[in-house]
Write a protein that binds this ligand. Structure first.
Ligand SMILES: *[C@@H]1O[C@H](CO)[C@@H](O)[C@H](O)[C@H]1NC(C)=O
Ligand SMILES: *[C@@H]1O[C@H](CO)[C@@H](O)[C@H](O)[C@H]1NC(C)=O
Ligand SMILES: *[C@@H]1O[C@H](CO)[C@@H](O)[C@H](O)[C@H]1NC(C)=O
Ligand SMILES: *[C@@H]1O[C@H](CO)[C@@H](O)[C@H](O)[C@H]1NC(C)=O
Ligand SMILES: *[C@@H]1O[C@H](CO)[C@@H](O)[C@H](O)[C@H]1NC(C)=O
Ligand SMILES: *[C@@H]1O[C@H](CO)[C@@H](O)[C@H](O)[C@H]1NC(C)=O
Ligand SMILES: *[C@@H]1O[C@H](CO)[C@@H](O)[C@H](O)[C@H]1NC(C)=O
Ligand SMILES: *[C@@H]1O[C@H](CO)[C@@H](O)[C@H](O)[C@H]1NC(C)=O
Ligand SMILES: *[C@@H]1O[C@H](CO)[C@@H](O)[C@H](O)[C@H]1NC(C)=O
Length: 383
């Protein structure tokens, strides 16, 4: 099913990312920045997660997509992503399907494996029907720019929380049939002069809290209202497929009604990938065991998840523990920044296709080795 071609990426030089609002390089405000509006839906089979609004093709078709901090193209769900046995509202649940054969501006390239270098070790796979088409930022009436000839890969896989993906990076997509790397949406905005820098700012948003906050996505800048300033700068790693690496120096749990001392949940510092393509937090087994002991979590082999029943949920709500992730450049020492996640960040529901009904789960995963240490969207709700 997979064509024998490889997708590769082109290195980006001289950028940095700031945590505390996952944000990219500083900006000269000559043009842009361009804000991609949230869809105002909470989506996904294992969320709820905030999605963003785009239009694809001619005439334009609306889609709702999650952000991929490692991706460089646009992956809408195809009609094939909703098959017999899926619920009737599958296309709506999956953020609407993209019918490339109904678009006058679609140019087919072919079926390739999705470039999931960092995600494949975590079990994420899939093929994309790659081609080029117009991409318009936001839905009708938003007035966002339209870019022609963008790399679009229609997917059917349900791996990405049932949704499609919007790649944020400035890396290009190499097809063996074309000489030059095909630019990402960000690079296209930059080369058209619509934004002044190859930078992006993204916060995942979170549905809890007094009002809930939708995600925020900015190309060529960042939304300064969406983070607490700090002095940390993380340089991109040399490997462009694993470039958002941070040190997790410690994870502690505080705020326990029966004890005021904090509990150490991470035996020793690790390097982990920040990746919004995935939903969960993947930690070493020893750390997961400490979470299990501290919070009474029980691993469910059938679903490969920590399912949370009503009794445990009530206990965790009452405990209201705050979990602090201490991030640094390396696994110990140097300047650090704390990102604090309340239990609400971990109080998620998983629905079809993984299980028949929607059930509560705790989005912690056991990593078998260091290639699996990762901070997904759960973490980015508060970062
Ligand atoms: C898509 O781009 C073509 C030019 O390639 C343009 O004629 C068409 O109007 C665009 N479609 C939309 C919906 O903007
Ligand atoms: C487009 O493709 C779908 C299958 O994805 C098919 O059902 C439909 O008939 C096609 N439409 C046209 C105009 O070819
Ligand atoms: C890490 O574990 C995953 C899952 O078991 C496996 O696919 C991968 O090959 C392992 N990587 C290394 C470097 O051992
Ligand atoms: C991805 O999809 C394949 C095929 O349906 C499935 O076996 C695998 O478990 C899925 N992985 C994730 C992470 O959802
Ligand atoms: C991808 O594009 C870059 C820049 O043009 C080039 O250096 C590299 O060789 C290309 N890779 C492939 C596999 O074509
Ligand atoms: C950053 O560091 C400077 C100099 O040490 C200090 O004055 C400032 O308060 C720091 N800012 C933050 C947000 O920590
Ligand atoms: C957790 O942190 C929040 C926000 O700082 C705070 O309001 C709350 O009291 C903390 N919970 C506990 C149990 O300490
Ligand atoms: C709360 O305190 C009790 C008793 O000291 C301890 O068993 C439990 O693990 C603590 N839980 C958290 C979340 O700190
Ligand atoms: C869902 O329900 C069907 C029919 O009751 C059953 O055959 C199937 O095993 C269930 N799937 C899961 C994941 O529980």
């Amino acid at each position: 099913m997979v064509a024998g071609l490889r997708l590769e990426f082109v290195a980006l030089v001289g950028s940095a990312v700031v945590i505390g609002g996952a944000v990219a390089t500083a900006v000269a405000p000559a043009v842009g920045p361009i804000s991609v509006p949230p869809s105002q839906y909470w989506d996904g089979s294992d969320g709820p997660w905030a999605t963003f609004a785009l239009q694809l093709g001619t005439p334009s078709q609306n889609v709702r997509l999650l952000c991929s901090t490692s991706g460089s193209s646009i992956w809408p769900v195809l009609p094939q992503g909703c098959a017999a046995g899926d619920p009737n509202d599958c296309p709506t649940r999956r953020g609407f399907t993209f019918k490339s054969n109904a678009s006058l501006t679609w140019t087919e390239v072919g079926l390739f494996e999705l470039p999931l270098v960092a995600e494949r070790p975590l079990g994420y796979t899939g093929n994309g029907d790659f081609g080029f088409d117009n991409v318009t930022v936001g839905w009708q009436g938003y007035g966002g720019p339209t870019l022609e000839h963008q790399v679009v890969a229609g997917i059917a896989t349900k791996n990405f929380s049932w949704m499609g993906m919007l790649g944020l990076t400035s890396h290009g997509t190499n097809f063996t049939d074309f000489n030059d790397p095909q630019p990402s949406l960000l690079t296209s905005l930059k080369s058209k002069g619509l934004v002044s820098s190859s930078s992006w700012g993204y916060t995942a948003g979170a549905p809890y809290g007094p009002k809930g906050v939708y995600g925020s996505l900015t190309f060529g800048g960042y939304d300064a209202t969406r983070f607490t300033p700090n002095n940390m700068t993380f340089l991109f790693g040399a490997d462009i497929s694993w470039d958002l690496l941070v040190g997790i120096q410690d994870i502690t749990s505080t705020g326990n009604s029966s004890s005021s001392s904090s509990i150490d949940l991470l035996p020793s510092g690790i390097m982990a990938l920040i990746d919004s393509t995935i939903p969960h937090i993947w930690l070493p087994v020893e750390a997961c065991q400490r979470f299990e002991q501290t919070f009474g979590l029980v691993w469910d082999q059938k679903t490969d998840l920590y399912l949370v029943d009503d009794a445990l949920h009530s206990k965790l709500v009452a405990q209201a523990a705050n979990i602090t992730f201490k991030l640094g450049i390396g696994t110990s020492g140097g300047q650090t920044v704390d990102v604090v996640l309340p239990y609400k960040s971990f109080d998620l529901q998983v629905t079809l296709p993984n299980v028949n009904n929607s059930v509560r789960y705790y989005p912690l995963r056991r990593a078998s080795n260091e290639s699996q240490y990762a901070l997904g969207r759960t973490f980015l709700q508060e970062a």
